[in-house]
Design a protein around this ligand. Structure first.
Ligand code: FAD
Length: 381
């Protein structure tokens, strides 16, 4: 009998849990630890922010997973011992035969003075709800969408947010009274996917009259004066500030010896194993360098693919089943507002640069993203 401990019940952790349940015999135990009582489907936050989803539509209780033969324990993972291997949740150490670390990225708005006081966090459910409330009340003024540092999860999300805000304001006939600007701490949108994707996003912003400021490194926000201050002297004004906070690796991985302080976990990029046998890390918590020098983007599509592969690697090791390798395949919908979306798909492990194909935008990609959300819930719940 084997016991697999999964730290984190997000996209990667849940996918691994379900795939393991399919592959391992029923007597093997799969235990997921999460600090939250509910699983949140993060991509839907863009629809919460723009009023097409309510908060209760984008979360589901973890307890429902019991029916699928998966044990979920709620609590904060405070330590991981990769040598045992074990996971400690609120002072109780649990030993297992394998550990999958899938704790995601920690959001760190406190790294920019004034940011949390002056703006709304697009990457939390409460932030997305508040953005929607404030957007409805905004009759005139300036919306600033701010990417405060890189890397951040879902490289498309803030660009999508700006276009969804634009679409809403146009529908309400307020766009001539509300300016929309996007300040980004990166040289180009979705740069890892290549120049064609970046150029497509810049064109989409320009067509919508969204002012775009790349290489804008935020230094501080003056919440009282509603002003943004960037390195090099640039300044910006806002009435509504929608921000992507700085991201960092959770402290627990550095104290476990799985990463240097303030660094992402390094793994074998095909088997997703850390240097410790039977200890794996997947999803946003890992830093996978690509040939062109950038990191594999932090995105649910990769967390999901990695979760499937880890389960297959363990099933091969313990049951002699067919193995699998993570090959860097990924895809991304790009919401552009008013019921239209774009789509890109490719191999991010291709060398010397990722091989990504961009498809022309249309209503069908928006509908495909809705179908993807529906499929996510029907698969697990
Ligand atoms: C607004 C937005 C839109 C997005 N859109 C897309 C998209 O369209 N396509 C796409 O591919 N990706 C998208 N993403 C990114 C995607 O959601 C993430 O890349 C993905 O969720 C990463 O999966 P993960 O399992 O690594 O981490 P997560 O899904 O973040 O899960 C981590 C889990 O660990 C738990 N946890 C963290 N620390 C602890 C602890 N110490 N103890 C216990 N539990 C803990 C958390 O509660 C969480 O449940 C989007 C993200 C956002 C915010």
């Amino acid at each position: 009998m084997h016991r697999v401990l999964i730290a984190g019940g997000g996209v990667g952790g849940l996918t691994a849990a379900h795939k393991l349940r399919q592959l391992l015999p029923p007597e093997d135990e799969i235990i997921v630890f999460d600090q939250s009582a509910v699983h949140t489907f993060w991509p839907s936050l863009l629809w919460v922010m723009s009023g097409t989803r309510r908060a209760d539509q984008v979360v589901r209780p973890f307890r429902a997973l019991r029916e699928h033969g998966i044990t979920v324990r709620q609590g904060q993972v405070t330590a991981i011992n990769p040598r045992a291997p074990s996971v400690t949740v609120e002072d109780r150490e649990q030993r297992g035969d394998a550990v999958i670390v899938a704790l995601g990225a920690t959001l760190a708005p406190e790294r920019v003075p004034g940011l949390a006081e002056g703006g709304l966090n697009l990457y939390t459910l409460a932030g997305a709800e508040e953005i929607w409330r404030r957007l409805q009340a905004l009759e005139a003024g300036q919306v600033a969408v701010l990417i405060s540092s890189s890397p951040f999860k879902c490289p498309a999300a803030p660009y999508e947010a700006a276009m969804l805000i634009d679409g809403y304001l146009r529908k309400r006939r307020r766009r001539d009274r509300v300016e929309v600007a996007l300040y980004a701490a990166e040289p180009a949108p979705m740069g890892v996917a290549g120049p064609a994707v970046s150029a497509g996003v810049v064109t989409a912003l320009t067509e919508r009259d969204i002012a775009y400021y790349p290489n804008a490194a935020i230094e501080k926000v003056d919440a009282a004066a509603q002003r943004l201050f960037f390195r090099g002297g640039r300044e910006g004004r806002y009435d509504l500030l929608v921000y992507v906070p700085p991201h960092r690796a959770p402290d627990v991985v550095a104290s476990a010896g799985l990463a240097a302080a303030d660094s992402w976990v390094t793994i074998d990029r095909e088997r997703l194993e850390t240097p410790f046998p039977n200890v794996f890390a997947i999803g946003d918590i890992v830093g996978i360098p690509l040939a062109q020098g950038k990191l594999l983007p932090k995105a649910g599509v990769f967390a999901e693919g990695e979760g499937e592969v880890v389960a297959q690697v363990l099933a091969q090791r313990w049951l002699g089943r067919e193995g699998a390798r993570f090959t860097g395949q990924g895809a991304c919908f790009i919401e552009m507002g008013r019921g239209v979306a774009g789509f890109a798909r490719g191999n991010f492990y291709a060398e010397p640069v990722p091989a990504v194909k961009v498809y022309s935008s249309g209503r069908h990609w928006h509908l495909a993203k809705i179908a993807f959300e529906r499929q996510w819930w029907s698969r697990w719940w």
